[in-house]
Design a protein around this ligand. Structure first.
Ligand code: SF4
Length: 384
């Protein structure tokens, strides 16, 4: 089955975390009714051209979409199932923070259609939570994780490591605590300092490359031992618990991006899959402008552009190599009309194979654990 996802971006948070470069904003008051009407309007617009597809996943991201009322969320899910064929096993994920107000809504979210919760715990250390600007405490994080595991069969914890001054020993202790709360899916991200963030302005440093590599290797080894496989560079899951929606991105399948600043990918027609007819959509970044444009002009798009063959090839290779199963050469051909080995640098491929960074089998090209440490550099070089 070809995957087709719908991403809904809720751009508001209670406060702005100093490391965050997502399109998230703090507003004193939000007219949720106006926002719901705008999401429904955008869904209608896209349904005109894509309603024959089967929706395999919906992802509410942000911002903090769990600040939305559960009825609002339920209306959006209903609107999708009215306009598209919503697969009976569709994965419907909601990102949430561990505040008690949000925790108390988990059951309502489930009753309104959410099937999977991604909980932004980030750390189980009070000082680290403070440093990361999070509003919850360790005990709130633990309580929310317990409730999430009771309410949802599928849930994930988001954590961040590689903080300045965080030693590998400290991270080991924290990871052991995290594993007491979740056994099926963990997203573990290394702290990066992105331009435009408070940390960037404050010239905050991360833990340093050598320490981060140690933590990455330890995380990978321990979670694999617990049968949480690193199916993607920062994502670990028991078989069957992988995030279907994110896999849709990484394997180059189509998805709609609804909401301020959201990205989408749409192939022109299921019958014209060969020939690189893939369009990239991008929503207007400012929430206010996005909302006004949807209301006044009937579209929140900043632009829709046909991807150049080279752009499509680059993103398929860069995203595909993030996954443990790697790039499926047959699928790559069906998506581009070109053989993978005709577009990658053969000399570099040989070098990386000799270094033990890359492996090939009959139908796939994938990175080894060692190679994953060099993902960005390696993907760029293979495309040179
Ligand atoms: S809660 Fe998440 S989206 Fe909101 S500011 Fe913090 S990191 Fe960004």
């Amino acid at each position: 089955m070809k995957h087709f996802g719908i991403y809904i971006h809720w751009p508001f948070c209670e406060s702005k975390c100093p490391y965050c470069d997502f399109n998230s904003h703090v507003e004193e008051s939000i007219d949720e009714g106006r926002w719901l009407a705008a999401y429904l309007s955008e869904l209608n617009r896209y349904a005109n051209t894509t309603s024959k597809r089967t929706v395999t996943s919906i992802f509410f991201g942000g911002g903090t979409p769990s600040l939305m009322g559960s009825e609002t969320l339920g209306e959006i899910i209903k609107a999708i199932s009215d306009r598209w064929n919503l697969w009976k096993n569709a994965e419907i994920t909601l990102e949430a923070n561990p505040s008690s107000a949000e925790k108390n809504k988990f059951i309502e979210f489930k009753q309104n259609g959410v099937t999977r919760l991604s909980l932004g715990v980030q750390s189980l250390d009070e000082d680290s939570l403070l440093f990361l600007g999070r509003k919850h405490s360790v005990s709130e994080a633990k309580e929310a994780a317990v409730v999430a595991s009771e309410v949802f069969d599928r849930f994930s914890l988001d954590v961040i490591y590689g903080l300045p001054g965080q030693s590998p020993t400290k991270w080991k202790r924290e990871l052991a605590e995290i594993l007491k709360l979740v056994t099926t899916h963990i997203s573990a991200y290394q702290l990066t300092i992105e331009p435009g963030t408070q940390f960037y302005r404050d010239k905050v440093n991360t833990g340093g490359e050598a320490v981060e590599k140690k933590m990455f290797d330890y995380t990978y080894d321990l979670l694999e031992k617990k049968n949480l496989n690193a199916y993607e560079i920062s994502n670990f899951a028991k078989p069957g618990h992988e995030c279907l929606h994110n896999c849709t991105y990484w394997t180059g399948d189509d998805y709609l991006g609804i909401g301020p600043g959201s990205h989408g990918r749409i192939t022109k027609s299921d019958f014209n899959y060969l020939g690189l007819e893939t369009y990239a959509t991008l929503g207007i970044k400012s929430p206010k402008k996005w909302l006004e444009n949807v209301e006044e002009k009937g579209s929140g798009d900043l632009r829709t552009s046909k991807l150049k063959p080279s752009e499509r090839i680059d993103e398929l290779i860069i995203c595909g190599l993030r996954m443990a199963k790697g790039l499926d050469t047959g699928k790559f051909f069906s998506q581009t009309g070109i053989s993978l080995y005709d577009v990658i640098n053969k000399e570099k491929l040989l070098t990386f194979k000799e270094r033990g960074w890359v492996k090939q089998n009959k139908d796939t090209l994938f990175l080894t654990h060692k190679g994953r440490n060099f993902l960005n550099y390696l993907a760029v070089d293979l495309l040179a």
